[in-house]
Structures are given as C-alpha cells and as structure tokens.
Ligand binder design. Structure first.
Ligand SMILES: C[S@@+](CC[C@H](N)C(=O)[O-])C[C@H]1O[C@@H](n2cnc3c(N)ncnc32)[C@H](O)[C@@H]1O
Length: 425
C-alpha cells in the first residue's frame, strides 16, 4: 500500500469508529477482517494513524472548534499529521495521490489546515480536561485522587502500553522462556515487579510463535500478574475466580497451584468463559473447571458457601486503568456508567463473599483508578461484613501497603487496585 492508500484506509476506519458506539479495537478487527488485501505491515501503519487521533481526540476537536471547522475524520487525521511535523503541502500531496488515495482536499479544507501552521498540539486556553484527554465530569475525581501528580499520571495513561508476558512455570523457567523467545528473534527482559513477568522490546508479534503456541508464555500485563500474586494460592487449595472472563488471572493462579487442588472459573458471560478453555489447555492446566453463573442469587454460589480458601472478585469496572490500550473508551464513559458499575460491584461482592471459608481470603480487584470503585467500595464492604479484615499487600517492598495501587506513571503497568480481605477463622 502507498502512504496515500494507508491514509485513505485510516479515514475509513476512523469514520467507522466515530460513527459506532462500540470499542475501537472491535471495529478495527472487523474492518481488517473484511479487507484481507491490507497486509500486516499496512494494518500496523493504518492503526498507528488512527490511534494517534484517538489519543489526542479532545485536543484535535478543541483545535477544529477553535477555527470553526467540523470534526471530520479527514480533518482530524490531517491536523494530527500537522502536529506530528508534516507540512500542509505534504499533506495536500497525500490527499491528491490518485487512485488509491483519499479524494483531494477541498479548498475549504486547505484553508483550515493553513491556519494550523506554526501551532503545536497544546494551547494555553485549553480546559484542563481537554489537556488531560479525559471527560469533564472525571476531572474533579481524578484531581482528588492524584493531586499534583495528575498531569504526569494522565500523560503516562495516554502513552501506548508495552507488551508484557507471563512465563508459565508449569512448563518452563523465566530464563528458558527468554532463550526460547530469542530463538524466534524476540527480545524480552524480566519485568520489574512480577516474579513471572517479561517485557518485550518494541512492537513484536508473539502469538504465531512456538513459545506462545506451546504455552510457555501468556500475554498478561504485569499489573494483572501482581493481582494474581495477591491470591497467595497454594497447591491443594480450593480457589474460585468469580469474574474470570477469558481466564487471564485464572491461568496465573492455576500456575501457582501447580495443578494440585481445584480452581473454578466463574462468569456470567458464556462466550468469555469459552475463551478460557483453549488458554487453559495450552498452558497445561488440569485442575480448573468453568461455571456459568446465573444472575443474581446463583444457586451454585449458595451451595458452595464457605468452601473456598481463596476467592477472587476481579470486578467489572470503568477500565480507567487500561486507557493506554483503549484511548477511545474515555469518550464513551459516563457518570451514569460509573454509578451503575459501583452498584454492580457491591452486588457481586455480596454474592462472592459467601464462598470464602472461615480463615480464607477474598481478593477484590479492579483495573480502575477511581476511588469510588476501589477504596470506597472496599470500605463500604468492610462496614457490611465486619468478619473480613484487610491484610497487608504481599508484594515487592515498593508496592506494600494496605491496598495495592498500580499506575502507568508510578509502576509502568496498567492502572490496577487490589484489596486482600481475610475472613475471621
Ligand atoms: C474485569 S473483567 C474480568 C477479567 C478477567 N478476570 C481476566 O483477568 O482476564 C470482569 C468480568 O466480570 C464479568 N461479570 C459481569 N457481571 C458479573 C456477575 N454478576 N458475576 C460474575 N461475573 C460478572 C464480566 O463478564 C467480565 O468477564
């Protein structure tokens, strides 16, 4: 594909994302699946262009409004290109490259783009929420959360995330996994906090390689690995992962159990649980089963009351800690969503806590940065269930405390929260 062809595809993809309420990565997957002629390299280039816009979407919208221009996909991409250092002349050429490029710039579009000459992405008159690329309603909450560190936290949250792997100790060691990846030309180094973590250098594709296919490594953000570590799940225990999804944390927990004991992966979504089956098989896990929950007041949950040494509630949440990966999610999140999620998390905790044995542990986790879903949720739970007490976080020195709080700026991971709550014996 020529650069102009990539630009034309980027305009189409951005238009599809802007017109649709679903997550951008789902739309991009469909977009590329239905355009097989776009090869892997071109896909990467097109995605880079579109994700560049999504990361700066509020800034670009502010600028276009500033000049009284419409926020069209063509102008958004063109303005993003100017702020990335491309001249207006070069952009005009890309728009006029012929058959495979986008239609040429209209005179009114060229007039608008000329106005951007000499400007940079930031402007002193931008409202703070635009500067931080967050919804207006979230600003007071995040200010209260981060104080003077807010600007640096939001900047880190707007950078592309690295690719982290978890070494599967059921099949290999960290050193042997690094060597196996190196044989495929992939460079990985041990990550900072997780005992099983590897961080890959740059953008490398891993899923087609032998190390991944053989289950030596699994893709998992280091922060997510640290949540699994909080479970302190040992061989022979009975463990439940109550919101297991496609099993990201189930796999890591099962690994620490060394295939001894029993782990149940629950979820209310059948397709998500099905996604876990293949991954468990690839990882060589033999002691896991799935249970599809009926909502609410699931009978299985009642029957299994008090039977588990460890219970994980990795609750559905705003996902504010994962905005490095899903920058478009920022525009979709509303205050009503937050309220509904907080109520749902409390309801799930009420259900799942029943499963915990006397003397067992309940771990509550989110990938959110918001205290409504984290500290406030846990404090409200402890007030409802005084037989649970928070236990000090078991982690490397730098992470110890009453709760585990991770952020891209402070730890280089996605944003995560966890509380470990021990039930009285
Ligand atoms: C944060 S995701 C889980 C991610 C997963 N633990 C992982 O590490 O990959 C939250 C999950 O909660 C599930 N969920 C939503 N409502 C639920 C409920 N009432 N009970 C249990 N799980 C629920 C969702 O289907 C979703 O898979």
């Amino acid at each position: 594909m020529t650069p102009a062809g990539q630009l034309a595809a980027a305009i189409d993809l951005l238009a599809a994302i802007e017109a649709d309420g679903r997550p951008a990565d789902a739309i991009a997957n469909h977009f590329f699946r239905t355009r097989r002629f776009i090869g892997a390299g071109d896909r990467r280039e097109v995605s880079t262009l579109v994700w560049g816009v999504l990361r700066a979407r509020r800034h670009l919208g502010w600028w276009l409004q500033h000049f009284g221009a419409p926020e069209t996909p063509r102008l958004l991409l063109a303005v993003q290109a100017i702020f990335s250092g491309m001249s207006v002349h070069k952009i005009s050429m890309a728009f006029a490259a012929g058959r495979y490029g986008p239609p040429p710039l209209q005179p009114e579009e060229s007039i608008i783009l000329e106005k951007f000459a000499g400007h940079t992405l930031e402007h002193p008159n931008m409202p703070e929420a635009v500067k931080y690329e967050i919804p207006d309603w979230l600003l007071p909450r995040l200010k209260a959360q981060f104080g003077p560190a807010l600007e640096a936290e939001m900047a880190a949250l707007n950078q592309p995330a690295p690719l982290d792997l978890r070494v599967n100790s059921l099949k290999t060691t960290r050193e042997a996994a690094i060597a196996a990846l190196a044989r495929e030309g992939l460079q990985a180094r041990p990550s900072q906090f997780s005992p099983w973590g590897l961080r890959l250098a740059g953008r490398q594709s891993i899923t087609q390689g032998k190390a991944f296919q053989d289950g030596l490594v699994e893709i998992q953000d280091e922060g997510s690995q640290l949540i699994a570590l909080q479970m302190d799940a040992k061989p022979g225990m009975r463990v439940v992962d109550y919101c297991a999804g496609a099993g990201g944390k189930t796999l890591a927990i099962a690994m620490t159990m060394e295939n001894k004991g029993h782990i149940v992966a629950c979820d209310t979504s059948a397709p998500r649980l099905e996604g876990a089956i293949k991954r468990l098989r690839r990882a060589g896990v033999h002691n896991a089963e799935q249970h599809l929950l009926g909502e609410p007041g699931d009978k299985w949950t009642k029957r299994q009351a008090g039977k588990f040494d460890r219970v994980l509630v990795d609750a559905p949440c705003t996902g504010t800690g994962t905005w490095r990966r899903n920058p478009d999610a920022r525009t979709r999140l509303s205050e009503t969503d937050l309220k509904e999620l907080v109520a749902k998390q409390a309801m799930i905790l009420d259900q799942a806590q029943k499963l915990t044995k006397p003397g067992g542990k309940l771990v509550y986790a989110t990938c959110s940065l918001l205290s409504d879903e984290n500290e406030a949720q846990v404090e409200a739970f402890l007030a409802r269930y005084p037989m649970f007490k928070p236990v000090e976080i078991e982690a490397p020195e730098a992470l110890r405390g009453k709760y585990l709080r991770l952020s891209p700026r402070a730890h280089g991971t996605d944003g995560f929260f966890a509380a470990v709550l021990a039930r009285d014996p």
